[in-house]
Design a protein around this ligand. Structure first.
Ligand code: FNR
Length: 181
């Protein structure tokens, strides 16, 4: 099962990227996680959407070919980071490659709230007419990881908190089921 991954942080030491690497390794026998390059996407511009630059074409192709999408994002000022929103805006136009696509979301923050606001906004965005992604219901499936400094290993840069990992295991199994439907 091929899953395209969008990360809402460009930071090299990003906890959200560390979660993506953790999940890529942990679920290697269940899904093939392929982290998409969104750093070089231009700002969305309706004037060029019919003939967009190569970076946009590559992202659209990757998501179109994927069985599902995993979005892992921090919270910036109580919402989704602009770099992620920009990528989603590109994905919402022309071929509308997210319509009906299974999408799973997760997020990590060093603070107490674990990206709750960001992910609530993200769920609203993913329900919009140009997107209409297929999501698991929020109840029991919200991966908000708080206090990242205590849950990630500084040396290996991987999530090591056992109960969080076991919770993610359960959501991943449900997401795989959703993707197979
Ligand atoms: C933040 N941060 C943050 N944290 C939070 O819990 N709620 C918020 O609204 C914000 N807002 C915010 C805005 C901006 C511009 C920055 C740079 C940061 C802190 C954020 O959670 C922290 O920097 C994370 O470590 C970012 O995720 P990565 O880069 O580690 O994946």
């Amino acid at each position: 099962m091929k899953i395209a991954v969008l990360i809402g942080s460009l930071r090299q030491g990003s906890y959200n990227l560390q979660l993506a690497h953790t999940m890529k390794e942990r679920y290697i026998n269940k899904m093939d996680l392929d982290i998409a390059e969104i750093r070089s996407l231009p700002f969305f511009d309706q004037d060029i959407e019919l003939n967009p630059p190569q970076a946009v074409k590559e992202l659209l192709g990757k998501v179109a070919r994927a069985d599902g999408v995993l979005i892992i994002t921090p919270e910036y000022n109580w919402s989704v980071p602009g770099v992620l929103k920009n990528a989603i805006d590109w994905l919402s136009r022309v071929d509308k490659v997210l319509i009906g696509k299974p999408v799973m979301t997760a997020g990590v923050s060093p603070g107490m709230m674990g990206t709750i606001r960001s992910q609530l906004h993200l769920r609203e965005i993913l329900a919009s007419p140009g997107i209409q992604a297929k999501l698991l219901p929020p109840a029991g499936n919200e991966i908000y990881i708080s206090s990242a400094g205590l849950k990630f290993d500084e040396t290996t840069s991987r999530l090591v908190d056992d109960s969080t990992l076991r919770f993610i295991d359960r959501v991943v199994d449900k997401f795989i089921e959703l993707t197979r439907q």
